[in-house]
Design a protein around this ligand. Structure first.
Ligand code: GLV
Length: 325
């Protein structure tokens, strides 16, 4: 008998067909909540879960006694309770590497859009204000030859460093749990403390995964340590930033501007003050959202799922501290 899998995300037909070759699939194109009664019903005898964003916690796992694997279609897995999964011997997988270059493109786009004020200018051109755009008050600031500070130098951080070094002649500082030799040797990145990075960078780019250690990593003190002329970029998770502190830093002019792909919570609340600030460029968490990369992520997640359900070790098994104990 084929194992039963719940796919709770809209997925490319080819990926779905691939999963269906070896699994019985129950498909929810969209699932807003883990309390959906139909979903909970299907969960009772499901062996695999495939999707993104859903909180996989004790409450959900208590209702999934047959579960063997959770295949997260994302590189970040802060939505998974790894301790609970590990206690039950359930595998968890993610989709690293395949999205690095695409997210790095998004981050460079955010840096340029924010520094050069592109969304504001776009708005004014479309509203017939071409002439007034020539005034100095609309000028942006340079990106090239500036100092870029990257917090979290994993695969995505390294792909950003490559672009910044070769494409923009930027000096790169980074702060990370461990040293990244590729970034240092190939892209000239310099390792430093968080405080030094914040003090010296013209662009501070937050790329760290969300963990208990990185939650609200950027708070009042950290924004105060940034240059007043600096631009803050976040493409990690909304919760790595104390959003109130960011709002305050922008309101008080402690930093120049911000480019944000992530918020806390998501979707961003309509009355979030960040949405009415002209010096804040906002994206709807689309770092990896290209046709090619989203397909590759889904296919990789499908491979993880199928391999895990066959009883083999999936290529991207999350080896967290809890799982390796
Ligand atoms: C996107 O945010 C991801 O974790 O893949």
């Amino acid at each position: 008998m084929k194992p039963k899998v719940i796919v709770y995300k809209k997925v490319n037909q080819k990926v779905l067909e691939y999963i269906k070759q070896t699994c019985e699939v129950v498909y929810f194109e969209e699932l807003d909540s883990q309390n959906d009664s139909e979903f909970l019903h299907e969960l009772k005898d499901a062996h695999g879960l495939f999707g993104v964003g859903l909180g996989i916690d004790k409450k959900l796992l208590d209702q999934a006694p047959q579960l063997k694997i959770v295949s997260n279609v994302a590189v970040g897995y802060d939505n998974l309770d790894l301790l609970e999964l590990s206690k039950r011997g359930i595998m968890a997988t993610n989709t690293p590497e395949v999205l690095n270059e695409t997210v790095a493109d998004t981050v460079m786009g955010l840096i340029i859009a924010t520094a050069r004020r592109m969304p504001e200018l776009d708005y004014w051109v479309k509203n017939g204000q071409w002439d007034s755009m020539l005034e100095e008050k609309w000028f942006g600031v340079d990106v090239h030859h500036k100092v870029l500070g990257i917090i979290g130098m994993g695969g995505i951080g390294t792909a950003i460093a490559k672009r910044a070094h070769f494409g923009f002649n930027m000096d790169i500082l980074y702060h990370n749990r461990s040293r990244n030799h590729e970034a240092e040797q190939t892209y000239g990145a310099t390792y430093c403390s968080l405080e030094e990075l914040l003090n010296q960078s013209d662009f501070v780019c937050l790329m760290t995964p969300l963990t208990p250690e990185t939650e609200k990593l950027m708070g009042l003190r950290e924004f105060e340590q940034m240059k007043q002329s600096a631009i803050f970029i976040n493409a990690s998770r909304g919760k790595t930033v104390d959003e109130e502190a960011l709002i305050q830093a922008l309101q008080k002019g402690e930093i120049l501007a911000a480019g944000l792909d992530v918020f806390d919570p998501e979707p961003v609340q309509k009355d979030n003050p960040l949405l009415s600030m002209k010096n804040v460029v906002t994206l709807p968490h689309i770092g990896s959202a290209t046709m090619e990369t989203r397909f590759n992520m889904a296919m990789l997640a499908a491979e993880n799922l199928v391999v895990g359900l066959k009883g083999d070790v999936p290529p991207n098994l999350i080896k967290s501290e809890v799982n390796t104990k």
